[in-house]
Design a protein around this ligand. Sequence first.
Ligand SMILES: [Zn+2]
Length: 59
Amino acid sequence: MFSKKKITLEYTVEKCSKCGMQRKRKFSQGDVLFAECSKCDSCDGMSFIEKVFGETLEQ
Ligand SMILES: [Zn+2]
């Protein structure tokens, strides 16, 4: 019998608090919602984690 394999990919969306730019990246261990994470790429503001979500794929 064949069974479909499901994998869940987790993503983190970072948003800059200053210019509002969003960046999506792979979730990494320790990401916490609304935590400051990194410097924004396009301004000198700090970006924070706005959203963490998972996408389920069938293989
Ligand atoms: Zn910015």
